[in-house]
Design a protein around this ligand. Structure first.
Ligand code: MEV
Length: 350
């Protein structure tokens, strides 16, 4: 099998506003989706999802994407996962010039679905890479990012920015403003994630912000203000030495901007009680700053704290299911064939 992995991400700044052309700064984190692909002799696609923080499932369907499988898992979850995998397979077929290529696909992910950590982008990026490599074509990470963006754009009915997919394909911290996507030389920030065990509906949340923005000038200005916060954050990152541990001054200034960013997202209606509880738990534990990450509605927050305090406080916060330190993932999409082969060998030996 050909195996690829790609990282999830947190937004330091700028989700939602990035959909309207404002800049955003997401950072890839060491939580990865791994996709193994084997080409088939027919045009069918068989998908096995081992752990998408939902019950594992296996489905097989023909080349017709409308041919939905009959499985014993809640339909919206299967549809969400399958929609992205369908779209990734279509992109791989297009890149290969092989519209009838069939694949066996096995997905494993330690990124919770729909929780603001970029699970769908990571699955799509890794799936495009593994499927194309399985038929002998190696794509540049920028092309994978572009194709993954097209896949997300299609599944999310045109309501997607390039931020999640570019970040997952390239790794590290990135800056995205419309079509302009760049990698950043950022210092290694002490990121802590809190997860409420829930998920938000990205399409509905993006549509809600769009409706507010169209109805009220002050909501449109709120979106613009998020862009201003991002630009201020970028200046801080640009002035920092990426080889040094970030100092207290930098962390407290970045943290203040994260707090501000959360307030603006809250005003746009995309926070939730559990996200706010976790943000406040982090602030009370003296984190430099905290905000929701991703589409919101439920899922994850990200805080800045080099000490253990925030992680500990989050663990004791009602409604917080998991808290962990998120290391920046320097590598974006990568081949895992050797690692997978080594693991199989080790399992065979034991
Ligand atoms: C979702 O992870 C981030 C949003 O900004 C949507 C997008 O950028 O596609 C809400």
């Amino acid at each position: 099998m050909t195996v690829s992995s790609a990282p999830g991400k947190v937004y330091l700044f700028g989700e939602h506003a990035v959909v309207y052309g404002e800049p955003a700064v997401p950072c890839a984190i060491e939580r990865r989706a791994t996709v193994a692909v084997e080409p088939r002799d027919d045009d069918h696609v068989r998908v096995e999802a081992e752990d998408l923080t939902l019950d594992g499932f296996t489905v097989e369907y023909s080349g017709d994407a409308n041919d939905r499988p009959d499985v014993d898992v809640p339909t919206p979850l299967v549809d969400a996962a399958m929609g992205y995998i369908d779209a990734a397979v279509e992109q791989a077929r297009d890149a290969l010039g092989a519209p009838d290529a069939g694949f066996d696909v096995v997905v494993e992910s330690d990124i919770p679905l729909g929780a603001g950590l970029g699970s769908s982008a990571a699955v799509v990026v890794a799936a495009i890479d593994a499927a194309t490599r399985s038929l002998g074509r190696e794509l540049d990470p920028r092309e994978i990012a572009e194709r993954a963006y097209r896949a997300e754009y299609e599944v999310q009915d045109g309501q997607a920015s390039r931020a999640d997919t570019f970040c997952s394909a390239m790794g590290g911290a990135v800056r995205v403003e419309g079509d302009d996507c760049r990698t950043l030389d950022a210092p290694n920030l002490p990121l802590v994630v809190g997860f409420d065990g829930g998920a938000g509906d990205t399409g509905a949340l993006v549509a809600g912000v769009r409706a507010l923005k169209e109805r009220y000038d002050f909501a449109a200005r709120t979106v613009g203000s998020i862009g201003d916060v991002v630009r201020a954050g970028e200046r801080l990152l640009a002035d920092a030495d990426p080889t040094e541990e970030p100092d207290e001054v930098l962390l407290s200034e970045l943290g203040r901007l994260m707090d501000f960013n959360h307030g603006l997202l809250e005003a746009l209606g995309v926070s939730s009680r559990s996200l706010d509880n976790m943000v406040w738990a982090a602030r009370m534990a003296d984190a430099h700053g905290a905000k929701l990450t991703g589409a919101g509605g439920g899922g994850c927050i990200v805080a800045l704290d080099p000490t253990e305090e925030t992680e500990t406080a989050l663990r004791f916060t009602p409604g917080c299911e998991d808290a962990f330190r998120a290391e920046l993932a320097d590598e974006g999409v990568r081949a895992e064939d050797d690692r997978a082969a080594r693991r199989r060998e080790d399992e065979g030996e034991s």
